[in-house]
Write a protein that binds this ligand. Sequence first.
Ligand code: ATP
Length: 236
Amino acid sequence: MLELRDIHTYYGHIHALKGVSLEVMQGEIIALIGGNGAGKTTTLRTISGMQKPRSGTLHYLGKDIAGVRPDTIMMQGMSHVPEGRRIFGQLTVRENLEIGAYTVSDRSLIDQRIQEGFEFFPRLKEREKQLGGTLSGGEQQMLAIARALMVAPKLLLLDEPSMGLSPLFVETIFDIVERLNRERGTTILLVEQNASMALGIAKRAYVLQTGEIRLQGPAAEIASNESVRKAYLGED
Ligand code: ATP
C-alpha cells in the first residue's frame, strides 16, 4: 500500500531522514518507534506531503506521491493526525469535524460521516456543541482522530496519539486504534514514544535512530530485542 525507498529529507542543512525505507501493507498496524529527534514526525510529514523528500521514492497505492500536495494525497485516501492534535479550540466539536471534511463536497456524505464518527466516539456526540479547547486532552485526541476519519481514509498516519494523556486515556486511545483497524479495516502507521503499547497492538515495527531505520521485524520480535528493551522499554 505504501512504500518508501531510500528517502532523504532535509530541513535546510539538517539531514533529518538519511535513506529511510519502509513498507506498509493493507490492513496492517505498523509501529514506528525511536527516541527524541529520531525523525519519526519527519517520516510522517514526508509521507503525507507536508515535507518534500530530496531524494528516494515514495509510492502510495501504486502511485508516485513524492512532492505531491498534501490535499491531493488526502483525496487519495490518506489522513494524517499530527503531533499535538492541532484541533481548533475556538470551534465546536461538530465544526472541527466539518473542517476535516473540507475535501468532501457531498453534504449528505459529510453528515453521514459525522454520524459515523459520533457512533464510534459517543463521548464526542455528548460534547457536540462544546468548544474544542474545553475538551480534555484525551477527548481532543479523539476529536483529532475523528476529524481525520472524515475523509474515510484507507491509510491513517498517527503521530504520538498517547502524548500527554493519563494512563486511562492512553488505554482508550490504543483501543480505538485497534478497533479502527479491526472493524473498519483502516491501515495504520503509528508513531509512538510509548513503545511498549505501540508494539502491543502492531503487527510489525520499525526502529528509527538519527534518521535511519536501525531495526525492523514482527512487533513481538522487536519488543523482545535486548537493545530495544534497554533504549525504549525502560529496562536496565
Ligand atoms: P520527537 O519525538 O522529539 O518529535 P521525532 O523522532 O519525531 O522526534 P523529528 O521531529 O522528525 O523527530 O526531527 C528529526 C530531526 O529534524 C531533528 O534533528 C529535529 O531537530 C529536526 N527538525 C525537525 N523539524 C525541524 C524544522 N522544522 N526545522 C529544522 N529542523 C527540524
